[in-house]
Design a protein around this ligand. Structure first.
Ligand code: EPZ
Length: 426
C-alpha cells in the first residue's frame, strides 16, 4: 500500500546508554474504558502517545465519552454523556480490538451495548465467548452476535454472581470486573487472569469508589456499588516495552539500562535471559544488560498466562535466539497463529522451522540486512531488533503496526546509538 511507513536500520552497533519505558498500552486501554463508568472526570497523567490509545479515544468519543487534553499533557476522560445507542463506525472498531472493553462499562451504565465485533487478527481467532458468558451470568440474557455486531441488553443494575472462566482471558476478566462494579450484590470471578494490568485496573476502580479485592490472583471479588466518582491515576510502566528494550540490548551485545521498570513484572523475561547466560543488574526501577560476546546458551520457551513467559515477548526472543549457538525451541500456547515473523527472520538469514505451534531455531553466526514486512505489533518489534543486529541495511515495512504500541520507538533507539530512521514508502 503506497505511503506505508517503513523503518530503515543499519545494524551491527552495540546499544549503549539508558532507555526510559512509557506507560503500559495494555493497562491504558482498559483503564480508558473504565473511566466511562463515572459521570465525573478521570485524569490520566501519563497516557502513552501511541496509535492504539488514539484509536481508543476516538471510539470513546463515538459512544458519548468526553475527552480533554489538559495543558500539561494529562488527559481527562468522563462518561457524563455516555450513550450506548450511538452507532460506532465498523472500521473504527476494527482498528482497535480493545474496543470490546467498552462492553462492560456500557452494559453497567446503560443496560445495553451495540458494538461491531472486533473480528480475528493476524495472530489468531481471538474468541469472545468468555466475555459473553460473563455478561450472561450478570443478567444479560438478551445478548447476540448478528451481522458482525454484538447486541446486548441487560437489567440495570446488573446482578452480582459467581463466574468461573474456562480460559483465564485478560480481556474477559477486565470486562466482567468493570461490568460488576455497578452491579447489585457481589460478583466472584474464578480462574481470573492475573496480569499486572488487571491489578492496575482494580487500583483505578477502587480509587473511583469500587470495592474490588483479589486482582493478581485467580479469584477476584467485586462488591457492587451504586455510583463511581472521578479520580486521577498514573498508569503502570509497559512491561512488554521494557522486555523489548532488554532484548535489544542483548541482541546488539551492548550495555543498556532500561529505566522505569517494575522488575517483578518482567521476572519471566529476566529469568530466561539469565538462563541463557546474560549478565543483568536489577535495581528498584531499572535493569541493565551487559555485553556477553555471544557466550550464550540455547533455551526453550513456552508461552503461558502471567506470571508465565508472556506471548507478547515471544517474537522478540525468537529474533535473539536466531543468533544463539545451538537449537532453541519456542512453543506458542496462547495464540494459534503467532509465528508471522518466521519467514521474515529467515529472509535475514535465520534458520527457523515451525511445526504444530513449536518453532525450532538453529542459531546462525550472523544475520544480513534485507527488506522484511511486519504483520503485527510484536512481529514488527522483533524485525526491528533483528535489523539492529544484522549486518548492513534492513528495511522493515508496515511499521504502522509498531506505532500502535511503542511510543517514540525511533527516537528512543537513536538516543542509545542505533542507526535507525522512519521513511515513508513510495
Ligand atoms: C490481551 O489480549 C493483550 N491485549 C494481548 O496483547 C495479549 O497478548 C493477551 O492479553 C494475552 O496476554 C490487551 O491487553 C489490549 P486474552 P486479550 O483474552 O485480552 C482465548 C499485544 O501484543 N479467549 O487473554 O485479547 C483467546 O482466543 C497484545 O500487546 C477465548 O477463547 O487476550 C486467546 O487464545 C496482543 N475466549 C487466549 O484466550 C475469550 O472469550 C488469550 O486471550 C477470550 C479469549
Amino acid at each position: 500500500m503506497a505511503n506505508q511507513a517503513k523503518l530503515e536500520i543499519v545494524g551491527g552497533r552495540p546499544l549503549q546508554g539508558t532507555i526510559t519505558v512509557s506507560a503500559a498500552k495494555n493497562a491504558a486501554l482498559p483503564l480508558l474504558a473504565a473511566a466511562l463508568l463515572t459521570e465525573e472526570e478521570v485524569v490520566f497523567d501519563n497516557l502513552p502517545r501511541i496509535k492504539d490509545v488514539e484509536a481508543m479515544l476516538e471510539v470513546i468519543q463515538q459512544v458519548g465519552g468526553t475527552i480533554r487534553e489538559l495543558e500539561d499533557g494529562r488527559w481527562a476522560i468522563s462518561g457524563r454523556n455516555l450513550d450506548a445507542s450511538r452507532e460506532v463506525p465498523n472500521e473504527l472498531v476494527r482498528k482497535i480490538r480493545a474496543s470490546n472493553l467498552l462492553l462492560g462499562p456500557l452494559l453497567a451504565r446503560c443496560g445495553m451495548a451495540h458494538l461491531s465485533m472486533p473480528g480475528g487478527c493476524s495472530i489468531g481467532s481471538r474468541q469472545m465467548d468468555q466475555h459473553i458468558k460473563g455478561f450472561r451470568a450478570l443478567g444479560c440474557q438478551d445478548i447476540a452476535i448478528s451481522g458482525g455486531y454484538i447486541k446486548a441488553h441487560g437489567p440495570l443494575p446488573l446482578q452480582g454472581t459467581v463466574i468461573h472462566l474456562d480460559v483465564a482471558s485478560v480481556g474477559a476478566t477486565e470486562n466482567i470486573m468493570m461490568a460488576a462494579t455497578l452491579a447489585a450484590g457481589t460478583t466472584v470471578i474464578r480462574n481470573a487472569a492475573k496480569e499486572p494490568e488487571i491489578v492496575d485496573l482494580q487500583n483505578l476502580l477502587n480509587k473511583m469508589g469500587a470495592h474490588i479485592r483479589g486482582a493478581g490472583t485467580d479469584v477476584i471479588k467485586i462488591e457492587g456499588v451504586k455510583k463511581l466518582k472521578g479520580t486521577s491515576h498514573s498508569i503502570i510502566p509497559d512491561r512488554i516495552e521494557a522486555g523489548t528494550h532488554l532484548v535489544a540490548g542483548v541482541i546488539t551485545n551492548g550495555q543498556l539500562t532500561v529505566k522505569n521498570i517494575i522488575p517483578e513484572h518482567v521476572e519471566a523475561v529476566t529469568a530466561k535471559l539469565m538462563e541463557m547466560g546474560v549478565k543483568l543488574e536489577i535495581g528498584d526501577d531499572y535493569i541493565t544488560v551487559f555485553p556477553h560476546d555471544w557466550q550464550l546458551k540455547a533455551v526453550d520457551i513456552r508461552t503461558q498466562p502471567y506470571p508465565g513467559f508472556p506471548t507478547d515477548m515471544q517474537a522478540q526472543f525468537m529474533a535473539l535466539l536466531t543468533l544463539v549457538p545451538g537449537i532453541s525451541l519456542i512453543t506458542e500456547n496462547i495464540f494459534e497463529a503467532r509465528f508471522n515473523q518466521v519467514p521474515e527472520l529467515n529472509r535475514l538469514g535465520a534458520s527457523i522451522k515451525t511445526e504444530n505451534g513449536t518453532a525450532f531455531i538453529k542459531g546462525v553466526a550472523k544475520l544480513t540486512g534485507a527488506e522484511v514486512s511486519a504483520t503485527d505489533l510484536r512481529a514488527a518489534a522483533a524485525l526491528a531488533l533483528a535489523g539492529l543486529a544484522a549486518e548492513g541495511k534492513t528495511i522493515v515495512e508496515n511499521i504502522q503496526h509498531l506505532e500502535r504500541g511503542y511510543e517514540a520507538f525511533v527516537e528512543k533507539y537513536c538516543q542509545v546509538g542505533a542507526q535507525m530512521r522512519r521513511i515513508t514508502g513510495s
